[in-house]
Each structure stands twice: as C-alpha cells, then as structure tokens.
Design a protein. Structure first.
Length: 84
C-alpha cells in the first residue's frame, strides 16, 4: 500500500492531515484515504478505482476540516450519493 500526503486543514487548533492511499489488486489500483489528527488516525481503504473521484473526495474532506472521528460517516454519505 502506498500513502501519499494530500493536504492539511485545522480543527480546534490542531492540524488535520489527509493522505491518499493506493493498493494494487489484480489488474486495477484501488484508492482509499487516511486522516490523522494528533494521536488519532482513521484509514478507509478500497473506496474507488477512480483517481479523479478519490481526489475530489479528499478535496471535500480538506475543505470541510473533517476529522478522523467523522471521516467514515462522510465517506459513507459520499458513496451513497456518488457512483464510486
């Protein structure tokens, strides 16, 4: 699995870091993400095979300052509202 820094925002005075994670399975690369803030980290793997879609999702997370605690709910809402 590869992890690539994507961006950073701030929540309650703490830095929130966002990473794109990529994993090659069979013949396709699948993308997920990781969000870290202090000692808390949440990884959501295997969200989509579209690099464009995962970048759009990460842009949304960075702009919204989404924390590790909330990221799974936000990703679930995003998946239910898009064709990942």
């Amino acid at each position: 699995m590869r992890k690539i820094w994507f961006g950073q925002s701030e929540c309650c005075g703490a830095a929130v870091c966002y990473y794109l994670v990529a994993e090659e399975t069979a013949e396709v690369e699948r993308y997920g993400l990781q969000v870290s803030c202090g000692n808390e980290t949440e990884t959501v793997a295997d969200i989509t095979s579209s690099q464009r879609q995962i970048q759009a999702l990460l842009d949304t997370l960075v702009r919204g300052g989404v924390t590790p605690t909330a990221v799974r709910d936000v990703v679930e809402d995003w998946l239910n509202g898009s064709e990942a």
